[in-house]
Design a protein around this ligand. Structure first.
Ligand SMILES: *[C@@H]1O[C@H](CO)[C@@H](O)[C@H](O)[C@H]1NC(C)=O
Ligand SMILES: *[C@@H]1O[C@H](CO)[C@@H](O)[C@H](O)[C@H]1NC(C)=O
Ligand SMILES: *[C@@H]1O[C@H](CO)[C@@H](O)[C@H](O)[C@H]1NC(C)=O
Ligand SMILES: *[C@@H]1O[C@H](CO)[C@@H](O)[C@H](O)[C@H]1NC(C)=O
Ligand SMILES: *[C@@H]1O[C@H](CO)[C@@H](O)[C@H](O)[C@H]1NC(C)=O
Length: 480
């Protein structure tokens, strides 16, 4: 045993030189698993004088010590030498009933100390985890959160206090990857029955769960650099499914977001104050925007996404509560919308300032979409909003190769009188009513300036050529 301990120590010390270490290759994972297990045991002893071994029981007979669920050493993300911290080794039950929050926190605390470590959530278990923050200011870089099992949210109101803005949060990390085939299950149906904006006391009385009014985002990243989310499914979120705020260099690909169309306020992916974000090969169905791009975003590239049901892909609403919003360099291409409310939409509130510019929507396929192309500078999610003159300025929006069927109106451009939309260009637009014999609305434009580069189906005669007569004096307040 002591011999093994010494060998183990050597292996750990020589980890970086491991590739030259004869015979090291095949047993690498196994030894590190032992390392993490013994670490926990030691930790357990410190705490309460001995930890109940988990043995093989409740493990689906997989005998995981001899077959550790080691992360697949896929090239590019993580490396085969990574230390693995499995939540089961930190006391998680994974039975879907016991509260595994503390085990997740302990596994994270350990993983956090080791660069390029892997925190593993193994397959075939269901972990009930309450609101949790994987906080990183003092963590080592490039941690991998290997999610192969399911994480489920508590529906008991006691977990949520008077209301929390998110359920699972990763903050202030340098290099964080969430990958695997696992599922984050928000069990949100209990939250969907009411809208946050209209508090309905009668309805609340009827609600048996007494969940707070504030609905959490399922998975949120804040203030992080070099973030990857891949492989996983996020479903039935209480509110937004996946949110990035103040992040830079974000890669989201090969993921699924799934909630029913009736789930209120459940955005798919929400971006705010983030730049250099790439989202691709994602299937998003939800009750609100599939992707929502908010203020402070630039260099956003979205492609190969299926959206529907949902409200479409939106830039905004920008400028809410007279705020200043700046958004630029957004590309959305090769996206399919099926049965959505809008396709590609830009929405701004009256009274805002700032600018949204350099936005390109291309190779968009729509089927049975209510209104495929929308600019709405009078956005209002209540019954009425105050009329105000100032607006977030919109310019440089290109629509290219957008084809398919709509059910209400092909194009709706409603721009501000004080700040008309400029440089709106359309190329190869072919939008047909789903059922030819029904009356549909004609394309609509208000204060919209730009150019048709090719004839469109249907003809869009309402677009005004050239530039708006600028009678608006830009102040510093407007500049981004
Ligand atoms: C970004 O993260 C990946 C995966 O964690 C890592 O391999 C890479 O070195 C990081 N890049 C930078 C520039 O930090
Ligand atoms: C996508 O993710 C799934 C796991 O959810 C994985 O099995 C599959 O290999 C991934 N595909 C690609 C192209 O990365
Ligand atoms: C998305 O859906 C398409 C079509 O059903 C499927 O081929 C693709 O693998 C799905 N992608 C993911 C990430 O699940
Ligand atoms: C726009 O964003 C893309 C990434 O989506 C980036 O490659 C490009 O350099 C950006 N362009 C400018 C002018 O910043
Ligand atoms: C805002 O202006 C429109 C058009 O001029 C008008 O129909 C509407 O009643 C006004 N709304 C409010 C709340 O003042």
């Amino acid at each position: 045993m002591r011999c093994f301990g010494v060998l183990l120590f050597l292996v750990l010390v020589l980890l970086s030189a491991c590739s030259n270490f004869d015979g090291c290759e095949g047993k690498r994972h196994w030894r590190q698993r032992k390392a993490s297990s013994s670490m926990v045991r030691k930790k357990g002893k410190e705490k309460n004088g001995g930890r109940h071994g988990h043995g093989g029981g409740g493990r689906g007979g997989s005998g995981h010590l001899s077959h550790p669920p080691a992360p697949s050493p896929s090239p590019g993300a993580g490396s085969p030498e990574s230390a693995v911290f499995d939540v089961l080794d930190f006391g998680a039950k994974g039975d879907g009933v016991a509260d595994d929050t503390k085990a997740f926190e302990a596994a994270w605390a350990a993983a956090c100390k080791v660069a390029s470590s892997v925190m593993a959530v193994p397959p075939e278990f269901e972990f009930l985890v309450g609101p949790i923050s994987f906080s990183g200011p003092y963590c080592q870089p490039n941690i991998v959160f290997q999610l192969d099992g399911m994480i489920i949210a508590p529906t008991n109101a006691k977990y949520w206090g008077s209301g929390l803005l998110w359920w699972i949060e990763f903050t202030k990390l340098k290099g964080i990857t969430i990958r695997g085939s696992g599922i984050i299950e928000g069990r949100g149906s209990a939250w969907w029955s009411y809208a946050e904006s209209d508090v309905d006391p009668i309805h609340d009385e009827l609600s048996s769960t007494n969940l707070p009014q504030i609905k959490p985002t399922a998975l949120r990243f804040y203030g992080s650099y070099n973030v990857t989310v891949t492989g996983i499914t996020i479903q039935n979120s209480q509110q937004c499914h996946l949110k990035f705020d103040n992040c830079e260099a974000v890669q989201v690909h090969n993921i699924t977001v799934a909630s029913p169309s009736s789930s209120l306020n459940t955005d798919g992916i929400h971006l705010q104050n983030s730049r250099d974000v790439m989202i691709h090969h994602a299937n998003v169905s939800c009750g609100d925007d599939c992707v929502s791009i908010q203020t402070g975003c630039s260099n956003i590239y979205i492609h190969s996404v299926n959206c529907g049901p949902g409200h479409g892909i939106s830039v905004g609403g920008l400028g809410r509560d007279s705020s200043k919003a700046c958004v630029s360099n957004i590309t959305v291409r090769d996206v399919n919308f099926h049965g959505t409310m809008t396709g590609v939409r830009i929405k701004t509130w009256q009274g805002g300032s700032g600018a949204a510019e350099s936005i390109r929507f291309s190779n968009i396929r729509v089927s049975e979409v209510q209104t495929p192309i929308v600019i709405d500078q009078f956005y209002c999610d209540r019954s009425s909003c105050r009329n105000q003159t100032s607006a977030v300025a919109l310019s440089g929006v290109a629509y290219e190769n957008i084809k398919g069927t709509y059910t209400v109106k092909p194009v709706h451009f409603a721009c501000s009188d004080a700040s008309p939309c400029s440089d709106i260009t359309l190329t190869q637009i072919e939008l047909r009513p789903l059922q030819e014999h029904y009356h549909m609305y004609e394309p609509f434009c208000w204060q919209t300036f730009g150019e048709l580069y090719t004839p469109t189906v249907p003809p869009i005669a309402c677009l005004q050529n050239g530039k708006p007569a600028s009678n608006r004096i830009l102040s510093d307040h407007d500049l981004c």
